[in-house]
Design a protein around this ligand. Structure first.
Ligand SMILES: Cc1cc2nc3c(=O)[nH]c(=O)nc-3n(C[C@H](O)[C@H](O)[C@H](O)COP(=O)(O)O)c2cc1C
Length: 197
């Protein structure tokens, strides 16, 4: 089993990157950690759908090979103006089958009381063509500046969110094992149905 963590903030030294690094250290399963900035050089403003994936591969083929071999994903996504950052949405425009029929855990991040809008947005609109399967559990890291800063939890809230994250990762790992059977079943035919309805 191999997992990829993708940090959806394109800001330098973002709090989402901090959470991604915390998960990177906590995960015992083989995995890779990427920021969206490593995946894509720019937001594509003149869409040529046929060549988008090729351009992304030319930019960083290693990352796409790793995503393709991943069995599951953890997306760490901040709330920006009540939305998912555009660089994260860009991933779903450009990716081609790397995510298909694989489970994913959503971890959203807010400096305040936010974090629920990116959950709703990704659950509603990012799976159709990517065929990502978000597991029912998700994690919302609120007041992110106050948690995951030290090896040991700073207080009860810090401990609570770390425990919830650890639990949700264990759930993801079980989904990840089970979903391998779906992809190996022979039923999936993305050549016949490349786009969802
Ligand atoms: C452009 C921008 C818009 C933001 N809008 C929101 C928001 O709507 N709700 C919220 O809870 N936090 C918002 N924040 C604050 C983020 O929660 C905060 O920056 C946090 O650290 C997560 O983002 P980061 O991973 O980029 O650091 C916003 C931050 C930026 C940079």
């Amino acid at each position: 089993m191999f997992l990829s963590i993708i940090v959806g903030s394109s800001r330098n030294d973002s709090q989402s990157a901090k959470v991604g690094q915390y998960i990177d250290k906590a995960l015992t399963t083989d995995h890779a950690l990427y920021s969206v900035k490593e995946l894509f050089p720019k937001l594509w403003d003149n869409l040529e759908f046929e060549s988008l994936h090729e351009k992304a591969l030319a930019y960083n083929s290693t990352v796409y090979e790793t995503l393709a071999k991943s069995d599951g994903f953890i997306f760490v996504v901040p709330e920006w103006n009540g939305m998912v950052p555009p660089a994260m949405k860009n991933v779903f425009i450009i990716a081609d089958r790397e995510f298909a029929h694989k489970p994913a855990l959503l971890v959203t991040v807010s400096a305040g009381f936010g974090g629920s809008y990116p959950i709703a947005e990704l659950r509603m609109s990012s799976y159709k063509n990517s065929r990502l399967c978000y597991i029912p559990d998700h994690v919302i890291v609120r007041h992110v500046n106050a948690v995951m800063n030290t090896p040991e939890p700073a207080d009860a809230d810090d401990k609570r969110i770390r425990d919830r994250l650890a639990y949700s990762i264990r759930v993801l790992e079980e989904y990840t094992k089970a979903f391998q059977a779906i992809r190996n079943s022979g039923v999936i035919d993305l050549d016949l149905h490349p786009s969802g309805m």
